[in-house]
Design a protein around this ligand. Structure first.
Ligand code: DGP
Ligand code: NA
Ligand code: NA
Length: 214
């Protein structure tokens, strides 16, 4: 397999945003477009609910009888990312661009708004994970959020919590040169085109640079 590896690495591209900002749709379309442009690409999603920690996280989100406190669930979400590090690195180093639906910034934003743990505490378990080359923050206004199909019954799926998360994302985004804020109120195709153009630039920019760590 090593001999089949490209000598150029792939990019690590993350899409963040509140629930219903269109992340999953955009991630899927982005992977398809990159592949069509002859850049190998793969979709990943966090939380990965299929793993051991993912099953606990799924129970927690579905409000099943699950007595995890805020600190414990924070560390489980982080562990769920750590479980995938080897897989992520080997794909990237083989020239595959990873498009990830949520990453460490979901971990930080969703926990920091609970006010139980401070921002610095929330960031610590993410230290050492592969650092994204590019983070898209899909933004929608509170009014736009209200017009989109209703929330489900999972934990966190309510307007005031999501609004706090949106504010937390905005403060994480400020002064970061690898973050791009995209107004996701536009049509699916409009948003998609922006994501593709910026991603292609980044893929070419980083192909000979080492992957960094958070
Ligand atoms: P999704 O499958 O993308 O709809 O995510 C499920 C929910 O979990 C969603 O409300 C966002 C939240 N979430 C995702 N990642 C994390 C994380 O690392 N920490 C916390 N506390 N919540 C997260
Ligand atoms: Na959700
Ligand atoms: Na999603």
């Amino acid at each position: 397999l090593t001999t089949m590896c490209s000598n150029k690495r792939g990019a690590l591209i993350v899409v963040e945003g509140v629930d219903r900002s269109g992340k999953s749709t955009q991630c899927k379309k982005l992977v398809e477009a990159l592949e069509q442009a002859n850049f190998p690409a793969k979709l990943m999603t966090f939380p990965d609910r299929t793993t051991l920690t993912g099953k606990l996280i799924d129970d927690y989100l579905k409000n099943k009888d699950c007595k995890l406190n805020d600190q414990a669930i924070h560390l489980l979400f982080s562990a769920n990312r750590w479980e995938n590090v080897e897989k992520m690195k080997s794909l990237i180093n083989c020239g595959v661009t990873l498009v990830i639906d949520r990453y460490s910034y979901s971990g930080i934003a969703f926990s920091a708004v609970k006010k139980v743990m401070n921002l610095d505490w929330c960031k610590q378990p993410e230290n050492g994970l592969p650092k994204p080359d590019l983070v898209f923050l899909l933004t929608i206004s509170l009014e736009e959020m209200l017009t989109r199909p209703g929330f489900g019954n999972e934990r966190y799926e309510n307007m005031s919590f999501q609004n706090n998360v949106a504010n937390m994302y905005n403060s994480l985004c400020s002064d970061k040169d690898n973050w791009v804020k995209i107004n996701a109120a536009g049509s699916i195709e409009e948003v998609h085109k922006k994501l593709v153009d910026i991603s292609l630039n980044t893929i070419r920019e980083v192909e000979s640079l080492p992957l960094k760590s958070l």
